[in-house]
Design a protein around this ligand. Structure first.
Ligand SMILES: N[C@@H](CCC(=O)N[C@@H](CS)C(=O)NCC(=O)O)C(=O)O
Length: 383
């Protein structure tokens, strides 16, 4: 059987999530940069320039980190299922998938783009090397100038500004301290095996925060166990010697350690205000008279943002872009919850209420976001 092919880049946030998953599952895959001649066809097929894209041995193209992991689980590729665990553990996994990939873009982008003297020599090569195989240094410099300008702009629409920068740093330091404390006793979020939430957190904690020079040094100096978790997430096998012999299995009996509850409380304080704001904005847009189920949200697949919203965050007012994709990931949390037996729903709601996160179950879209042909499309009006 031919190998899977992953179109990705080393410094890409969402690529790392998928690469770690494929490695952990021992999936046979090769990786290609978007400069590969075949990527042009791939880009046309998925409707926009975006990575990661997985091409399966039978030629199916899947864009999106979350969909690629879901495919791996459904297709039986998982040696260590990302969806393992009990009811609370699975809902928590979906929460960290949302928070990791979407809620942590602020520290990721700040620590990548606001420390030029330390980061730019590395970033210039990391961005242009895989993109420009011919034309030498001049062509690579031109490529980096264009891509870095776009990404600096992206940092702004995520709410990274000179005013928010010190607050982002303080919040990230707190996150690192809490995750470090959690990893004191256990190698992953939910015990001895990586699950969905680990892959979600890995996205920013690897590509930006563990690879770019400035934040990599910060992580090594202040959060050794988090640094080791990054290494471990990237290893095909366990790599957890500092914990003794640990079985590659999630904690039994749907256990949720206190240190994990502390991390969930951080998610509530750090991200819930933004979720409230983007859901209010999205629900306004989704209630419009011209919405047609099945149509690409925003009109074009390349249009990933439907507007801007403001919210209070740690004493500041942030203005951020609204992505329907985030609504789709939030739905995954709510779908995981809705699929539970009644007594499990009660238990999970009580647990989330204890950490201040119960609202995440109740901020519901008035119309669903679906993903069809690798694009976000309007779904059905919620029942
Ligand atoms: N929801 C997508 C997001 C993928 C994404 O944003 N990828 C970035 C690279 S990390 C990208 O391709 N950006 C293209 C651009 O902004 O031009 C996923 O999880 O796969």
């Amino acid at each position: 059987m031919p190998p899977h092919i992953l179109y990705a880049m080393p410094g890409s946030l969402y690529s790392g999530k998928v690469r770690a998953y494929l490695r952990k599952q021992h999936v046979d895959f090769i990786e290609r940069a978007p400069s590969h001649p075949r990527f042009d066809e791939v880009r046309r097929a998925v409707g926009r320039w975006i990575i990661p894209v997985l091409e399966t041995p039978d030629g199916v193209l899947i864009q999106d980190g979350s969909d690629i992991l879901a495919h791996g689980e459904a297709a039986g590729l998982a040696r260590l299922p990302a969806l393992a665990g009990g009811p609370a553990q699975r809902v928590i996994g979906a929460i960290f998938e949302l928070f990791g990939g979407e809620g942590m873009v602020r520290p990721a982008m700040h620590y990548r783009w606001d420390f030029d003297s330390e980061n730019v020599p590395f970033l210039a090569q990391d961005f242009s090397g895989p993109m420009v195989l011919e034309g030498g240094a001049e062509a690579r410099a031109a490529s980096f100038a264009a891509s870095s300008a776009r990404m600096r702009q992206a940092a702004r629409i995520f709410g990274v500004t000179p005013e928010s920068a010190p607050v982002i740093e303080a919040a990230y330091a707190r996150f690192l301290a809490l995750f470090e404390a959690h990893l004191e006793a256990t190698p992953y979020l939910l015990g001895g095996a990586p699950t969905l939430g680990d892959y979600g957190l890995f996205a920013p904690l690897h590509a930006h925060l563990a690879r770019d020079p400035r934040p990599a040094t910060l992580m090594k100096q202040t959060a050794w166990r988090v640094w080791r978790w990054v290494e471990r997430m990237y290893a095909p096998n366990q790599d957890a010697g500092e914990y003794g012999d640990v079985a590659e299995a999630v904690l039994a009996d749907d256990a949720v350690p206190e240190t994990l509850k502390a991390l969930l409380a951080f998610v509530a304080e750090d991200y819930l205000p933004e979720v409230e704001a983007f859901m209010a904005f999205y629900n306004d847009a989704a209630a419009g008279p011209d919405i047609v189920a099945g149509e690409v949200i925003g009109g074009r697949a390349s249009q990933r943002v439907i507007g801007f919203t403001g919210f209070e965050w740690r004493g500041l007012t942030l203005s951020v872009a609204v992505f329907p994709y985030r609504v789709w990931l939030l739905q995954k949390v709510q779908d995981a919850f809705d699929g539970l037996a009644a007594e499990d729903r009660t238990r999970v709601r009580t647990l989330l209420a204890e950490v201040g996160l119960a609202r995440i179950l109740d901020l519901r879209p008035v119309r669903r976001v679906d993903r069809v042909d690798n694009r976000e499309v309007w779904g059905a009006v919620a029942a």
